[in-house]
Design a protein around this ligand. Structure first.
Ligand code: ARG
Length: 475
C-alpha cells in the first residue's frame, strides 16, 4: 500500500510533509554520477560471482549506462518528491530495464552505497582542490622569483619591524598552502577505502567479491569492519578541518591584500575586473572578493562544527542523522573551491607597487636592530647595544631624522665603537640582504627556499587525469 522501494511493510502512503522533511534529493542529487559508477561496479561483481546471471548483469550495466547518458544529456529528470538519489536511480533503471533492475540491490544497502558514493565523490574533489592549490603555488613561486630584491616593511604587532623581501613574504603563503596539500594527500588515502559490501551493517551472506569492486573503482583498500564502514564519517570531518585551514590561510592573504590596497599602504592595486564600486561614492573601488573570502571562512568552520556535533554520541551503526553529512560537506566544499579560484584570479591580475613599498621604509627605524648588531660585532653585549640604539631612536624622533640619515660621527656621540662604515649597513636593502640564515629573507636564502619549493611543486603534481580535465575548466 506504499509505493516506496521499502513500501511492503507499510499499510499507507507516507505523509507528504514527512517526505519533504526526510528527503535528501536536493542535496545528494549531485552524487548521481558516482552513484551510477559504484552501481556499475556492483552489477559487474554480482555477475562475475554468479549471484545474478551474466545476462542479468549485462542488462543492468546497459541500463545504468543509458540512465547515465540520459542524465548527462538532460533527457531525464529526477522526480521532485523522491527520497534520495539512490532510490531515484533505481527507479530510473526500472523504467529502462524492467523488474531485473530489482536485482541490483542484492547484497547491498543504501547505507554502504551512500558511504561509497560520498568517498568516491570526495576523492575526486580533493584532486580538484589540489589542482587549485597547485596553481596558486605556481603563481607564488613565479612572483617570488621576480621579487627577491623588492623590499617592504616586515611587521610585528602591525608595526614596522624589519625589512623583508616581497619574495620572502609571498613564499610564506607557499608553505601554508604546501601544508594544506600535504594534509589533503593524507586525507585522500583514508577516504579512498571501500565501504561497499558492508551492506546494512553486518555484511552479507552472498559470495560477493569486495576486492573486485575496490579495484574497479580505484579504491586503495577496503573498510575492514562493516559496522564502522557504514557509520564512519571521519573522512568528512578531516576534510572539513583541512578546508578550514585552507580558508584560514586564504583569509590571512585576503586581509593583507585589503590592507595593502588601502591608500595608506598602496602596496597593491587590485584589478578593476575583481573589484566593485559604490552606488553612492563615485570614487570607490572596493576589494569585495577578498572581503567575501574572508567573510566565508566562518561558513566552513561552521560546517566543521556542525559535522562534529552531528556525529557526537551517535551509536553504531547507520543512523539517519548521517544524511546531514552531505549538507555540511557540499556547502564547505563549494565555498572553499570558489574561494581558491577567486584567489587565483585576484592574484594573477594584481599589480604590486614596489616603489611604494620601499618608500614606506624611509625613516621607519626598521634598521634599528642592525645598528645594534653592528655594535655586537664590535664586541658590545647585545643588551647594551640595544639600550644605546634605543637612545639613538629617541634622538631621531625628537629631531625628525632617519636612522639612515645619521653620520658615523653623529652616532659616535652615543657609542665610540661606531665607525663610518656603519652608514652603508643601514640602507634597507642591505639590512634585508644581511639576514642570510637558513629560512631568512636575504636573496640567497630566499633563492634556496624557492629551489626547495619548486622541487616539491614539480614532484607533487595533481594526478594527470585531473590536469587534463581541469584544463577545460575556467581557471
Ligand atoms: N539518503 C540517505 C543518506 O544520505 C541514504 C541512506 C539511507 N539509509 C536508510 N536506511 N534510510 O544517508
Amino acid at each position: 500500500m506504499n509505493s516506496k522501494l521499502w513500501g511492503g511493510r507499510f499499510s499507507k502512503e507516507t505523509d507528504r510533509r514527512v517526505e519533504a522533511f526526510t528527503s535528501s534529493l536536493d542535496c545528494d542529487a549531485r552524487l548521481w554520477e558516482v552513484d551510477i559508477r559504484a552501481s556499475l561496479a556492483h552489477a559487474r561483481m554480482l555477475g562475475a560471482t554468479g549471484i545474478v546471471t551474466t545476462a542479468e548483469a549485462e542488462r543492468m550495466v546497459e541500463g545504468l549506462e543509458q540512465v547515465a547518458a540520459d542524465l548527462r544529456e538532460g533527457r531525464t529528470q529526477f522526480a521532485p518528491r523522491a527520497e534520495d538519489v539512490h532510490s531515484e536511480i533505481e527507479r530510473l533503471l526500472t523504467v529502462k530495464i524492467g523488474p531485473v533492475a530489482g536485482k541490483l540491490h542484492t547484497a547491498r544497502s543504501r547505507n554502504d552505497q551512500v558511504a561509497t558514493d560520498t568517498r568516491l565523490f570526495l576523492r575526486e574533489q580533493i584532486d580538484f582542490m589540489q589542482e587549485d592549490l597547485h596553481r596558486i603555488q605556481a603563481w607564488l613561486i613565479e612572483k617570488s622569483e621576480l621579487n627577491q630584491r623588492t623590499v617592504l616593511p616586515g611587521l610585528t604587532h602591525m608595526q614596522h619591524a624589519q625589512p623583508v623581501s616581497l619574495a620572502h613574504h609571498l613564499m610564506a603563503y607557499f608553505w601554508m598552502f604546501q601544508r594544506d596539500r600535504e594534509r589533503l594527500t593524507d586525507i585522500r588515502g583514508r577516504t579512498n577505502r571501500l565501504p561497499l559490501g558492508s551492506a546494512a551493517l553486518a555484511g552479507t551472506g552472498f559470495p560477493i567479491d569486495r576486492r573486485m569492486v575496490a579495484r574497479e573503482l580505484g579504491f586503495e583498500g577496503l573498510c575492514e569492519n562493516s559496522l564502522d564502514a557504514v557509520s564512519d564519517r571521519d573522512f568528512i570531518v578531516e576534510f572539513l578541518s583541512a578546508s578550514s585551514l585552507v580558508m584560514m590561510h586564504l583569509s590571512r592573504l585576503c586581509e593583507e591584500l585589503i590592507l595593502w590596497s588601502m591608500p595608506e599602504f598602496g602596496f597593491v592595486i587590485l584589478d578593476d575586473g575583481v573589484t566593485t564600486g559604490s552606488s553612492i561614492m563615485p570614487q570607490k573601488k572596493n576589494p569585495d572578493v577578498a572581503e567575501l573570502i574572508r567573510g566565508r571562512v566562518g561558513r566552513v568552520y561552521g560546517q566543521l562544527m556542525a559535522s562534529l556535533t552531528m556525529l557526537k554520541a551517535l551509536p553504531l551503526a547507520y543512523n539517519r542523522d548521517l544524511q546531514e553529512d552531505k549538507v555540511h560537506l557540499f556547502d564547505a566544499l563549494d565555498t572553499v573551491t570558489a574561494s581558491l579560484k577567486m584567489m587565483h584570479i585576484m592574484l594573477a591580475t594584481a599589480e604590486f607597487r614596489v616603489a611604494r613599498m620601499s618608500e614606506a621604509l624611509e625613516g621607519d627605524f626598521s634598521n634599528a636592530t642592525d645598528l645594534a648588531d653592528y655594535l655586537v660585532q664590535k664586541g658590545v653585549a647585545f643588551r647594551q647595544a640595544h639600550e644605546v640604539v634605543g637612545k639613538v631612536v629617541v634622538h631621531c624622533l625628537r629631531t625628525g631624522q632617519a636612522l639612515e640619515g645619521l653620520t658615523g660621527e653623529a652616532l659616535r656621540e652615543f657609542h665610540p665603537d661606531f665607525g663610518d662604515d656603519v652608514v652603508d649597513r643601514l640602507a634597507h636593502d642591505a639590512v634585508m640582504a644581511a639576514r642570510t640564515s637558513e629560512g631568512g629573507t636575504a636573496p640567497d636564502a630566499v633563492d634556496r627556499q624557492i629551489d626547495a619549493a619548486r622541487g616539491l611543486h614539480e614532484s607533487q603534481r595533481p594526478p594527470d587525469y585531473i590536469a587534463s580535465r581541469a584544463s577545460s575548466l575556467p581557471n
